[in-house]
Write a protein that binds this ligand. Sequence first.
Ligand SMILES: [Zn+2]
Length: 217
Amino acid sequence: VAIIRHDVDKKPENALKMAEIEHSLGIKATYYFRTTKGVYHKKIIMKINEMGHEIGYHYEVLAKAQGDKKKAIALFEKELQELRTLVPVKTICMHGSPWSKWRDSDLWEDYDYSDYKIIAEAFLTLDYNSIYYYTDTGRRWDGGLYNVRDKVKTNLQSKEVRSTYELIEILPTLMEDISLNSHPQRWHDSYGRWLFELVGQNIKNLAKKYFLKSRNQ
Ligand SMILES: [Zn+2]
């Protein structure tokens, strides 16, 4: 089994392009949309859904409510309801902003997402001891060093993968299921925008490395 997940943090038009490419290859993926301005693009969300992809809710309510869980769950209900006026939503995935003080999935220490007819949370429901998890966070596939929130608990020993070419080589050799997460805003078809992402992300990775270091001290 391969779960193809996309966190749509920015640039919904990139998500639409990616959805079209996958659709043309017969691949069904899940697109987790934030409800923030500039990302929450109703037409694009519905279009992606019509292609047969799943739409999920990329929630960040605990961060928005500055850690107030009561406020956060009310906001969760409201945003989920709004998204459900467009498309069916059965799964959710926290948006793990590296700079935020709050981990959004902590909301489920006090509340139960199944009360909202949600069947899975991408970080909590899956058992990553039997699923290899690869994410493009930090603009690399093995960015553990730079990764603040986009992490899973696992005993599996992942093979080191730096480039997408390496990933393509390795995937068929893995004996377990896989979960692959990519952010459509990082993927470009022009050299200029690709270079911009490269330089920008290298600077951000350095910042994240020192941020993690200072937090662990
Ligand atoms: Zn996100």
